[in-house]
Design a binder for this molecule. Sequence first.
Ligand code: HEC
Length: 272
Amino acid sequence: MVRAIAILIGAGFVAVLSWALFWSVEGLITEPPAATAVAEFHLHPKEVALASNGLLGTYDNRQLQRGLQVYKEVCSNCHSLKHVAFRDLTQIGYSAAQVKKFAADWGTKAKQFDPKSGDTTERPNTPADYFPTVYYPGQGNPPDLSLITKARHDGPAYVYSLLTGYGEPPAAMLKKYPDAKTPDGLYFNQYFATLNLAMPPPLAQDGQVTYLDGTKPTVKQMSADVSAFLAWAAEPNLPTRHGYGLAVLAFLAFFTLLTYGAYKNIWRDIKH
Ligand code: HEC
């Protein structure tokens, strides 16, 4: 009796699920989702070779320093980096004195509230300060870049692709989807989720920054460098994490050998 009831309940579930599946598939066949320019022309990030890629990846400090320079001279006009403190820059190869000077020279000063007068005054940044928030009155909302490589799928490759991915909308796309024309004030970029974004191409020509280490500042180079820098900003402890991962793998490999040896030893006189 109990078994019959259980079978009936099971059959009921199967019937309801089959019913739902049938109608959703039927809906997809009779009314397929409309093709869109985004579905057809949005591209996945291109690959970019960074030292931090892969299981054993670590950071290349010289590249991070170049990326910092690109952030400072270009991106920081619009984007904040509020979760990074100046003192963190010692991790990418600067001395404490260099960081102190870098912070003090930073264009946007730190705000300071004076409890006696109630006024907010400005003072030079110190290594303990975080990068000051950027005031941006233009069109669109530039997101804070501290965690952007974590907030987007395939982060560093995405930032690189976005920076190098501006162009004219393909004629084939406009022919097929006349509505997909780039609205005024936006820029076409096939790596952006909606194909059009409010950021004007920030790295538009070679030589926009002058690297101190003599590296040739092509658009690709500057884009890769700033992507590497933002990857570091979002996860400064990546090399440590990779190091731990490797140590754990080595331990597990050693332990596997040990276990195998013990197994061989224990069972050596027993036929099995
Ligand atoms: C003139 C101002 C300006 C400059 C300079 C600028 N950006 Fe932007 N950026 C924007 C704006 C505005 C948006 C928002 C775009 C939108 O959502 O349509 C944006 C968005 C972004 C995004 C987010 C895209 C997404 O998926 O939401 C990234 C990443 C980015 N910028 C990186 C950079 C980097 C790296 C630099 C420096 C090389 C830079 N930006 C320089 C204005 C700027």
